[in-house]
Design a protein around this ligand. Structure first.
Ligand code: ATP
Length: 454
């Protein structure tokens, strides 16, 4: 992990937030390469889930919603983690994690009373900081960030920063069905920031208090939900593997029935085997039934049924929800792609990112700063730069320039050399195979497009 964190900083992927002030815990900023990479992840999700499908539309709802939304969804009452305070160090921990780390038992879903009893009785459970065993009773802690709208800080002005993007979709179900021509089965997709006041954030960008989500609610006729759930499990698995994640580092995790969230009939996570924390969730794919729409119908007084004109049936749709986090996914892509290897007797660090995910798609190198090589290279760069992020580099030896791009994950380097003026050809070098291909200048754009989308 230290290696990845240092690498991310050195190459401008991720910085500690407010670093010149000593940093703020669990907040990170995405640097020049990181922002490109995260955008590519979100774009690939959007392209595959929205643009390439006729049955999914997009949405961008507000972060601050009517507070009743969170009463209806159950977040006000139950979006809690169990908090335990150590009286010896004054630190606060997630009680389930404290129990699990010390005993190996599975504490998820236990009540506060059960956890308090276990912590009191099991000597193996100690304050990780000072080894103390004097804990206050476990209590639920609501993870929603609270703030106020307007100038008066009074209880009736309390609002929340959304803890998930999904509710913005449910409350717009009626708007979308009335203003577009969608027909069940169909989905509404959304990406955006979510906020959770996590008790113990950590593991770099894996768990932060401010993060992004990519969620899609796919509305189906009740009775077809189990089939659609299977369908989306397969689709989402294929998304990762088609973007180059090693399938050996991926697995499905089926949530046991008794541990399901209050809204779910079945939930399966896609997990990634992170070297620093083992199998961990990248994405949850849940059958949320008709819970949310029914709750919002009840709390708002609106009718949120769907009328199927084909069958003349009226029903509240069931929902299959793939819910993913681009920050976590970016960490998985980085870890999966990072290699230190020996090539021709030299060592190199390389990020073997899929071209669609790589921050920079190609670099253009003039072999020399002299004419006509540099002018030809500039012209080529100017011609291609509107298509995707392209990098121009004319400093240092060609070997160094390659190594810099290998580290940044750039899949292709295009070199203009002394022959180019004569034969009107350039060389495209492949980051992974190191093979070099001679291509006419006029064919470079098409060749790169093919390689990148391949
Ligand atoms: P966890 O059990 O790890 O807290 P969760 O089950 O609460 O996650 P969901 O509510 O299913 O997470 O959210 C969907 C996705 O949003 C997660 O799979 C993850 O990728 C992302 N996500 C959730 N919480 C965070 C966070 N604190 N930081 C970064 N990403 C997050």
């Amino acid at each position: 992990m230290d290696k990845i964190v240092a690498f991310c900083k050195r190459r401008g992927f991720v910085y500690q937030s407010s670093e010149i002030y000593g940093g703020i815990r669990s907040s990170y900023d995405y640097g020049p390469l990181g922002v490109e990479m995260k955008r590519n992840i979100k774009e690939e999700w959007w392209r595959r889930l929205v643009h390439m499908r006729e049955d999914v539309v997009g949405l961008d709802a507000a972060i601050i919603m009517h507070p009743r939304v969170w009463e209806a969804s159950g977040h006000t009452a139950t979006f809690n983690d169990m908090l335990v305070e150590s009286r010896t160090s004054g630190r606060r921990y997630r009680a389930d994690h404290l129990i699990e780390d010390a005993t190996g038992a599975d504490a998820e879903g236990m009540s506060a009373e059960e956890m308090t009893k276990i912590i009191a009785e099991d000597d193996r459970i100690k304050d990780p900081v000072d080894g103390g065993r004097d804990f206050a009773p476990v209590r639920p802690f609501n993870l929603m960030f609270e703030t106020y709208t307007g100038p008066v800080k009074s209880p009736e002005n309390v609002v929340y920063l959304r803890p998930e993007t999904a509710q913005g979709i449910f409350v717009n179900f009626k708007n979308v069905t009335q203003t577009t021509r969608v027909k069940v089965p169909f989905g509404i997709a959304q990406q955006g920031k979510s906020f959770r006041n996590e008790i113990t954030p950590g593991n770099f960008i894996f768990r932060t208090r401010e993060f992004e989500q990519m969620e899609m609610e796919f509305f189906v006729e009740p009775g077809t939900d189990e089939e659609w759930h299977e369908y989306w499990l397969e689709q989402r698995w294929n998304w990762y593997t088609s973007l180059g994640i090693n399938p050996e580092n991926l697995r499905f995790y089926e949530h046991p029935r008794e541990k399901l969230s209050h809204y779910a009939k079945r939930t399966v996570d896609i997990e990634y085997n992170f070297p620093f924390r083992g199998w961990s969730e990248l994405e949850g794919i849940a059958n949320r039934t008709d819970f949310d729409l029914k709750q919002h119908a009840q709390f708002s007084g609106e009718n949120l049924e769907y009328f199927d004109q084909g069958t003349n049936k009226r029903y509240v749709p069931y929902v299959i929800e793939p819910a993913a986090g681009p920050d976590r996914i970016m960490l998985a892509f980085l870890v999966d792609a990072y290699r230190e290897e020996e090539v021709n007797g030299e060592s190199r660090t390389v990020l073997k990112l899929h071209p669609r995910i790589a921050p920079t798609k190609a670099a253009v190198f003039p072999l020399s700063k002299k004419e006509p090589v540099s002018t030809i290279a500039r012209q080529l760069y100017d011609e291609l730069k509107g298509d995707y992020r392209l990098f121009y580099d004319d400093s240092g030896s060609i070997g160094r320039r390659y190594r810099r791009q290998d580290e940044a994950g750039t899949p292709f380097c295009v070199t203009v050399d002394f022959e180019t003026a004569e034969d009107k050809q350039v060389t495209i070098r492949d980051r992974d195979t190191l093979e070099q291909e001679r291509v006419p200048i006029t064919a470079v754009r098409e060749r790169l497009q093919g390689l990148i989308s391949g």
